[in-house]
Design a protein around this ligand. Structure first.
Ligand code: GDP
Length: 485
């Protein structure tokens, strides 16, 4: 687990507050030292840590008593919110050009994963997403507040999916990089524009953009040359390329692993790196790679603070699928050992009225979620148009093909047909169907489906009960009740 050490360090801090009645300057002194140490050990830079600790202390001392919330939980909540703020607060979406192709220029040192990111990004912009979990999520959040959900979806409309992409190989110093890009492009079925190594990068970039315009490509992603260290010729070249392209996004690719061995020297390098690129080239954001590795997470926590520019995406592995948006709240949740579910929780709370949520949650916890609820949820999904669109708003749902999406939409229709011919009792008590082959057979006949399909549907409802209950369990059982206030 990437933040394991940091999480353990912070736990030490909470534990010291067990049994105190109210947070005070005196009783938080020692926990704050633990927090400070934990952050420093996670490679967060000293000035960042100082500001962080100061801000948390100020808030904690003034926090007073909140009924039903223990002081240690209060402090966790304050630290959580401060971590989110530190990482930029909101998700920073990629920006797309209003007209013509969106140009994304990638910069970064050699070996950070830049070429891989080019292809991953194209794959990400093309891809569509996963259904089954989405239904569970939607079941939790779309009961009544459809308009809010629609609002969210509208916001996402110009979002990531379904863009046509082109990769441009402007790294002319490593012929291998051009070949690598071509191979990756082929793998994900995205065209690669290259002119070999004898043309100036700015020229290649310009020609690539022209070709993209001709072909009405939505997004052009430009791979540039890195060096082992920052040097003037690299910066000059990047400036030239930038000038030639007028890119929509200039993203600095940063390796999360850098700076983890010797906190002192290397860490300084990483911070210098981010600030130097930002000052020299002007970046719009960063992509943090290799977050799957044995990283201590400091980079995730520092980039925004030291550059003023957000991390927009993170890489978590070598496969094409391993690129996702950067969610500050999820990252904070992860730092605190809360897992990714936290942002799910908060989104669900945003889109649901308290009473609706409570009723649904009661049903789920007592395993009363029935076919009526099921139908309501699936209809809600259908009402919102394409399932794929809806699913796109759910954090971290990747890795599904358009064919699978079509399959899922078809499945929804089949399910609805079967539920429509159930009696009211059968809808409310799925057990009746689980127990009686005769009932299943009747439903199959009346809906024109097979008995196997009916059995599958029944099984799915029971699975859904378990999954939803688990999801809810995490939501409610988390150790930070203050978050759900
Ligand atoms: P470039 O020199 O910046 O273009 O770096 P490359 O794209 O060639 O990547 C360098 C190495 O890092 C390759 O072996 C990649 O497979 C690997 N790599 C890139 N991104 C990730 C990541 O997110 N996680 C892991 N584990 N490896 C990565």
């Amino acid at each position: 687990e990437m933040f394991g050490q940091l999480t353990t360090g912070l736990e030490t801090a909470w534990n010291k507050l067990r049994g105190v009645d109210v947070l005070s300057k005196e009783n938080i002194a020692e926990p704050m030292r633990d927090i400070r140490r934990a952050l420093l050990e996670a490679d967060v830079s000293l000035p960042v840590v100082r500001r962080f600790v100061q801000s948390v202390s100020d808030q904690a001392v003034g926090a007073g008593v909140i009924r039903g919330v223990r002081p240690d939980q209060q402090l966790v909540k304050i630290v959580h919110d401060e971590l989110v703020k530190l990482m930029g607060g909101e998700v920073s979406e990629l920006v797309f050009a209003k007209s013509g192709p969106t140009v994304i220029l990638l910069a970064g040192l050699q070996g950070v994963g830049k070429t891989t990111v080019c292809a991953k990004l194209a794959f990400y912009l093309k891809k569509l997403v996963k259904i089954e979990d989405a239904l569970v999520f939607l079941s939790l959040c779309c009961t009544k507040k459809l308009h809010i959900l629609l609002e969210l979806i509208k916001k996402k409309k110009n979002g990531f999916q379904g863009k046509s992409c082109m990769l441009v190989a402007a790294d002319v110093y490593r012929p291998a990089a051009i070949d690598q890009l071509k191979i990756l492009g082929e793998k994900i079925d995205v065209p690669v524009y290259a002119e070999g190594v004898d043309v100036k990068p700015a020229e290649i970039a310009k020609h690539g953009l022209e070709e993209a315009k001709e072909k009405s490509i939505n997004v052009v992603i430009v791979d540039t040359a890195g060096r082992l260290q920052i040097d003037k010729s690299m910066m000059d070249e990047l400036k030239e390329v930038k000038q030639a392209l007028n890119p929509t996004e200039v993203l600095l690719v940063v390796d999360a692993m850098t700076g983890q061995e010797a906190a002192g020297g290397k860490l300084k390098t990483r911070i210098t790196l981010v600030t130097t690129f930002n000052i020299e080239i002007g970046i719009t954001g960063a992509i943090l790679t290799k977050l799957d590795g044995d990283s201590r997470g400091g980079a995730a926590l520092s980039v925004k603070e030291v550059s003023g520019k957000p991390i927009k995406l993170v890489g978590r592995g070598e496969r094409m699928e391993d690129l996702e948006p950067f969610y500050p709240d999820r990252m904070a949740g992860r730092v605190l050992g809360m897992g990714d579910v936290l942002s799910f929780v908060e989104k669900a709370q945003e889109v649901m009225r308290q009473e609706d949520a409570e009723e649904l949650q009661k049903k789920i916890m007592s395993a009363k979620f029935d076919f009526n609820d099921f139908l309501k949820q699936t209809r809600a999904v259908a009402q919102m148009g394409s399932v794929s669109r809806v699913i796109g708003m759910i954090p971290g749902m990747g890795k599904v093909t358009p064919a699978q999406i079509r399959e899922a939409e078809k499945n929804l229709n089949i399910m609805e047909a079967m539920i429509n011919v159930m009696t009211p009792e059968e809808r409310e008590q799925p057990e009746l169907l689980a127990e009686s082959a005769a009932r299943r057979k009747r439903i199959a006949t009346e809906s024109g489906k097979t008995e196997q399909q009916v059995s599958q549907l029944v099984a799915q409802l029971f699975q859904m009960r378990v999954r939803m209950k688990n999801l809810l369990g995490v939501m409610q059982g988390g150790s930070i009740p203050a978050l759900s206030n």
